[in-house]
Design a protein. Structure first.
Lengths: 201, 201
């Protein structure tokens, strides 16, 4: 017998079918002896289970404060504060780490990036630029030579953003906001806990 | 005090309100645990654990059937106990009389209003049924206990056992047929008033 038929019979027995399904099952029951026998089996099993005597609890299961612990039960809103402060702490950590690490990573990456084209340029220069060198020389002479200090000052900016833009940092306002949520969450938790303790007493 | 008011008070940490609910449901909870576990002592422990857990998690109760919610907790406690038993199998102690002899059946829990014949019949039925229930897989046993012993409807069983409605139907149907098969082997042992209907042999 198919599982589907068994489920139908069981649901028929418990009056959990629609009127259309009931009519369909009754039609099948009238012509299918196997189905009718299975229904009789189920009905018999259910009847016996329902006659199973109910036992009285061997003792009272009432609770004492000692059994449920020293801490009072906390309201549902407590978990909201808990979640929001945990989430804010995580975001605060991520933003702080990002802002702290990004300039260093960019500097290391930027230095490597700037060293490579310079080396390649140096290799290509004699072959490609030799004829042009003479033509460009007068113009180059007109521009003032960058001093060492100017070169050093320019380096971090170039390293941070090869395209010439300043390093992307998460604004401080976000960190302040996350810190505020974190502190508000702590304050909320403290308030709810103290209220619950007051009621518990 | 009505049930929603008791639940609401208990959610605020009122242990007396919760204990009123415990007294109201302790027999049902204990019986469900007893039929799932098949042994009184672990069933009482599971019921006690379930009530402690229910009190601690009461703020998370979001309305609906409180009985179904409680049954979900006790069913979980029973699954935990069954897993523990599987890891550390033990030999159950049989109850003894004053001379240290084993009782054949736990008569001391029978209803004192019963005649000796009725007690005997009830014990025989209970033993046979519990044996057959124990033969079912734990998932099937829980569904059949909740639906047929506790008299819960499909929707409540679905909440209590944390399974979809379709799975409730299918497990209940198959569990009933397996129980019927098992009870056939006890047919001669069962008192006449509990003989199965639809006997075709």
């Amino acid at each position: 017998m198919k599982n589907r038929d068994l489920e139908l019979l069981s649901a028929y027995l418990d009056e959990q079918l629609s009127s259309v399904e009931i009519a369909r099952v009754e039609l099948r029951l009238a012509s299918d002896g196997q189905l009718a026998a299975a229904l009789a089996d189920m009905r018999a099993a259910r009847k016996i289970l329902r006659q199973l005597p109910s036992r009285k609890a061997p003792r009272n299961f009432t609770l004492t404060r000692k059994m449920v612990g020293a801490n009072p039960p906390l309201p549902r809103s407590y978990s909201i504060f808990q979640f929001s402060s945990a989430f804010a702490a995580l975001l605060l950590f991520i933003t702080f780490s990002f802002n702290a690490l990004t300039p260093r990573l960019n500097f290391a990456g930027g230095a490597a990036d700037s060293a490579e084209p310079a080396a390649m340029q140096a290799m290509e220069a004699p072959a490609l630029k030799a004829p042009e060198a003479a033509a460009e020389e007068p113009a180059a002479k007109l521009l003032p030579m960058p001093t060492e200090s100017a070169r050093v000052a320019k380096a971090p900016a170039d390293a941070n953003s090869p395209a010439g833009s300043p390093a992307a940092q998460i604004p401080l306002i976000w960190q302040a906001l996350f810190l505020f949520i974190l502190l508000a969450g702590f304050a909320g938790m403290f308030f709810l806990r103290s209220q619950a303790k007051k009621k518990w007493r | 005090m009505d049930e929603p008011a008791l639940i609401s008070s208990a959610q605020q940490g009122d242990l007396n309100a919760f204990n009123t609910l415990v007294l109201r449901y302790q027999d049902s909870v204990f019986n469900a645990a007893l039929r799932i576990l098949g042994d009184e002592e672990p069933a009482a422990d599971a019921a006690q654990d379930a009530f402690i857990s229910a009190f601690k998690n009461l703020p998370a109760f979001r309305g609906g059937s409180f009985k179904a919610w409680l049954m979900r907790i006790v069913t979980n406690a029973c699954y935990d106990e069954l897993r523990r038993q599987k890891r550390r199998p033990t030999t159950p102690l049989e109850p003894e009389d004053e001379d240290g002899e084993d009782f054949d059946s736990p008569h001391w829990l029978a209803d004192p209003g019963m005649t000796p014949e009725q007690k005997f019949e009830a014990d025989e039925l209970e033993h046979a049924l519990q044996h057959c229930l124990n033969d079912l897989p734990a998932d099937f046993r829980a569904v059949v206990v909740l639906a047929d012993v506790q008299g819960m409807d499909y929707a409540e069983v679905s909440i209590a056992a944390r399974i979809p409605l379709g799975t409730v139907k299918s497990r209940l149907a198959r569990a009933r047929l397996r129980l019927r098969e098992c009870l056939r082997s006890f047919e001669e042992l069962l008192p006449a008033s509990f003989r199965l209907e639809g006997e075709r042999l």
